[in-house]
Ligand binder design. Structure first.
Ligand SMILES: C[S@@+](CC[C@H](N)C(=O)[O-])C[C@H]1O[C@@H](n2cnc3c(N)ncnc32)[C@H](O)[C@@H]1O
Length: 293
């Protein structure tokens, strides 16, 4: 499988805000297929200055092959940050490009999408216990409705949650898609199951919990004048990042300079890469006065 199957979103814009320089230390918390990493490593000039994290074993395998001199950590990014903090590591550039990769969505047996009818799975880390099947077959109806509403912006969340419970047991992505389509007979535009699949995926991978925890930890690994960029794909995630950056301007014995957010929909990127339509890039510069290089 070629690595260019995942097109990195807002690539030029991300490199610009991270403004890499030769010799910078780089931490990529969601390295995926190394699209962003490749561009940044070209400028910093030495692969061994890069630490690349991903919780997906397949992505990690590809990263090790593509960047043999980089440090590659297979872990969720909260666990990786805990290790790096213990080691006293600091970085000049940190990137988190959240969500799933196109490769995960396209791999038939991963159960992330309805394009291929497969087992309901959706785990980025396949060694974790909780899968989409567990969520759909075991969660209470009101919890499912909340997840569909909060993580999928699903207007018919209650009706879908109720029909999911009535249709149990669900085992395949095709069955879940069929449930949602029964609530939307005669739909014409985008497949109405898209929002439900996104919501269940966010729950399975605890994406909101991971994001909140990473924000609490990430400032501990920032070098003086480090640049931190986070790309989100959902309004709930973006709201969390926006609020956190705003609240932390001036904290941590230093000054966090909150840079202007960039929306993919305002750039040519959204035309080149349909999956990036909802992406928002937020970044800060961390001017920590007490941290000397
Ligand atoms: C949007 S892709 C990143 C693509 C990457 N920037 C590139 O250019 O190839 C997101 C990646 O982050 C990983 N990921 C998502 N949440 C994670 C988490 N909490 N911890 C570690 N990896 C995570 C996914 O497995 C996926 O490979």
């Amino acid at each position: 499988m070629s690595d260019d199957l995942h097109i990195p979103v807002l690539l030029e814009e991300t490199v610009k805000v991270l403004s890499p320089k030769a010799g910078d230390k780089y931490l990529d918390l969601t390295a995926g297929y190394g699209g962003h990493a490749g561009e940044i490593i070209k400028v910093i000039g030495d692969e061994s200055l890069a630490t690349l994290v991903d919780r997906d074993a397949y992505a990690v395998k590809r990263l090790k092959k593509k960047f043999p001199k980089a440090r590659v950590i297979q872990s969720d990014f909260v666990g990786a940050l805990e290790i790096l903090i213990k080691e006293g590591e600091k970085f000049d550039i940190v990137l988190a490009d959240l969500g799933v990769s196109s490769v995960q969505l396209d791999q038939a047996d991963r159960g992330f999408g309805f394009q291929n009818n497969s087992e309901l799975d959706m785990r980025m880390d396949r060694s974790q216990n909780l899968s989409a099947k567990d969520v759909l077959n075991n969660y209470r109806e009101d919890d499912l409705a909340r997840i569909l509403k909060d993580y999928g912006d699903e207007p018919r969340a209650k009706r879908i949650a109720s029909l999911i419970c009535d249709s149990r047991p669900l085992s395949t992505t095709g069955e879940l898609e069929a449930v949602v389509k029964r609530i939307y007979p005669g739909y014409s535009k985008k497949n109405p199951a898209t929002r439900t699949f996104q919501a269940i995926r966010i729950e399975v991978n605890d994406e909101i919990g991971q994001l909140k925890q990473v924000l609490d930890l990430v400032f501990s690994v920032l070098e003086r004048e480090a640049r931190l960029a986070i790309i989100t794909f959902h309004s709930l995630e973006d709201g969390i990042v926006k609020k956190f950056f705003k609240e932390n301007s001036g904290k941590y014995d230093g000054v966090v300079k909150d840079l202007k957010a960039l929306k993919s929909s305002d750039t040519i990127d959204s035309v080149r890469n349909l999956r990036s339509r909802s992406a928002i890039l937020r970044s800060v510069i961390y001017e920590n006065k007490h941290n000397t290089k």
